[in-house]
Design a binder for this molecule. Structure first.
Ligand SMILES: Cc1cc2nc3c(=O)[nH]c(=O)nc-3n(C[C@H](O)[C@H](O)[C@H](O)COP(=O)(O)OP(=O)(O)OC[C@H]3O[C@@H](n4cnc5c(N)ncnc54)[C@H](O)[C@@H]3O)c2cc1C
Length: 476
């Protein structure tokens, strides 16, 4: 007898104790879907609500996730977390034609002008896939869990609360008509993205909104998919040439399941906006890539139009610091902390938060919010330190880094220069940025000795002048 997808993929980890009858998740993007996967082990039923129309297929962009058109790297730590939550995930991406990736070997990373040495990272090969495919496979897997229902075009307009706890949501479900409906739940997880309304809803319930930490980066992305000439980039699957002081613009390029490369150009501030016309795009690319990569881009065939996305600021909401917070509510993903996307951390942090949620639920649901925010702060803080540390080192980001960060930045410059020729340092660098190991691994005595032995930082290789592309000017 043939089994339906629901029957074939019921709860995966039944080791968790029962926490309640019904959990609601707001948002069916990466954070919300992964939360639902975890909650399905502890709640009798889980309902995921999203106001967007969700694609039936696995590789389609959708309106509420406009970032899907831009390069989306899933760090090794995120790949491992996803594999733990949804076993077989990588094989599913490869069954949809996602190229296999030998991380550290088929990745061409230039940081601060230094080519990071190639060295194998992680024990398992990974894969590289577009954002729509990653989300599409997660959505397909979560939809197939027998006690999870994903409802599209159903927007949450408020939280319901009573006696110091959140008791459900008020939602506008297009299928049910124009009147809002009240849906009761033992737990509500807000994974509604960086624009989510939880701070306002909390204030309306008589709680304080969380304090916000913010680093204004004023980044603009311009991306398009290109079909490269055969062999143009060798065996590489990811090419990254990151912004650095004096050149606040860069490129991130990822091969994908369609046989194309998603090429994202970005710049900090008005003067470094990437152009949106074909000639300007190619010219800007030449200012942020080595000549062979620039030539590959110039000779490639575009398969879509150029898409842009502006990102004003990294924002961390300190729910972990609130003195009062209602029971029955959690906040995850970009709604908790939204990172400058050029560091490629958001999906990985969402996956690691889901793992943190699974771990805290294994000890029951008492004081769940307090325990969850503490556990989630591990990956959040890791990613925040790396991304804001990098941003505050750029003179173009008009915020002064605290003294400890400035000391660390000097050390990081040496470390990256060392990583250009020292595989041990390069591997540690990849493991930390890949969120497999904590940032403190970069300061371990065995690494620090190699870094400090190196002496003064060498100047990076010369770059082409920043004189091409719209708004491109040399930075003094
Ligand atoms: C340009 C760009 C590039 C990026 N690149 C990378 C990258 O390379 N690597 C990486 O790991 N991350 C990257 N990110 C971040 C990544 O996209 C997010 O971290 C990831 O999608 C997790 O976000 P989320 O699920 O918390 O929220 P989102 O993806 O923003 O999704 C929120 C969902 O909630 C729904 N929603 C919102 N409000 C309501 C409501 N009231 N009721 C019902 N539904 C609601 C929305 O429709 C949406 O589906 C990038 C982000 C941007 C902007």
């Amino acid at each position: 007898m043939a089994v339906s997808p629901k029957q074939s993929s019921s709860r995966i980890d039944r080791g968790a104790p029962r926490a309640g009858e019904h959990a609601i998740v707001i948002g069916a993007s990466m954070a919300g879907l992964l939360a639902a996967r975890v909650l399905s082990d502890s709640y009798d039923r889980v309902t995921v609500l999203d106001r967007d129309r969700l694609p039936e297929g696995v590789s389609e962009n959708r309106r509420a996730v406009p970032q899907g058109r831009h390069a989306h790297g899933l760090q090794l730590g995120g790949q491992l977390a996803l594999e733990g939550l949804l076993p077989g995930f990588r094989d599913e991406t490869m069954a949809e034609n996602a190229p296999a990736l030998r991380a550290g070997l088929e990745t061409r990373f230039k940081i601060s002008g230094h080519d990071v040495a190639r060295t194998p990272v992680g024990s398992e090969p990974g894969s590289v896939a577009s954002r729509p495919l990653l989300e599409g496979i997660v959505r397909r897997r979560v939809r197939a869990i027998d006690n999870v229902t994903v409802r599209e075009q159903c927007g949450v307009v408020d939280l319901l609360s009573a006696g110091g706890r959140v008791t459900g949501v008020r939602a506008k479900d297009r299928a049910a008509g124009s009147e809002p409906v009240d849906l009761r739940a033992d737990l509500v997880v807000a994974a509604s993205g960086r624009g989510g309304k939880v701070p306002k809803w909390l204030e309306a319930m008589g709680y304080e909104a969380p304090a916000e930490e913010r680093v204004d980066v004023d980044i603009m992305y311009a991306s398009r998919n290109l079909r490269m000439r055969p062999g143009a980039l060798g065996d590489d699957k990811i090419v990254l040439d990151a912004a650095h002081p004096g050149r606040p613009r860069g490129v991130a390029m990822l091969a994908d399941e369609n046989g194309t490369w998603n090429v994202t150009l970005y710049g900090y501030g008005e003067a470094h906006r990437p152009p949106t016309d074909a000639a300007g795009f190619t010219a800007f690319a030449a200012t942020v890539t080595d000549p062979d990569v620039a030539a590959a881009i110039a000779q490639a065939e575009p398969t879509n139009e150029i898409a842009t996305h502006g990102y004003p600021a990294s924002v961390r909401r300190r729910y972990d610091k609130l003195r009062r917070f209602p029971e029955g509510l959690l906040v995850m993903g970009d709604a908790l902390c939204s990172f400058n996307p050029i560091y490629g951390q958001g999906m990985t942090v969402a996956a690691l938060e889901a793992v943190a949620l699974r771990d805290v639920l294994r000890s029951g649901d008492a004081k769940l919010a307090k325990r969850f925010f503490k556990a989630a702060d591990g990956p959040v803080d890791h990613a925040w330190k790396l991304s804001t540390g990098g941003d505050l080192a750029l003179p173009e980001v008009e915020q002064t880094a605290p003294l400890p960060d400035r000391v660390i930045d000097r050390y990081m410059k040496r470390l990256v220069a060392t990583a250009a020729h020292d595989e041990v340092v390069a591997r540690t660098f990849f493991e930390v940025t890949g969120m497999l190991r904590p940032p403190t691994a970069l300061l371990a005595p065995a690494i620090a000795r190699r870094v400090l032995r190196r002496g003064a930082v060498q100047r990076p290789a010369a770059q082409p002048p920043l004189t091409t592309g719209a708004g491109a000017t040399a930075h003094a």
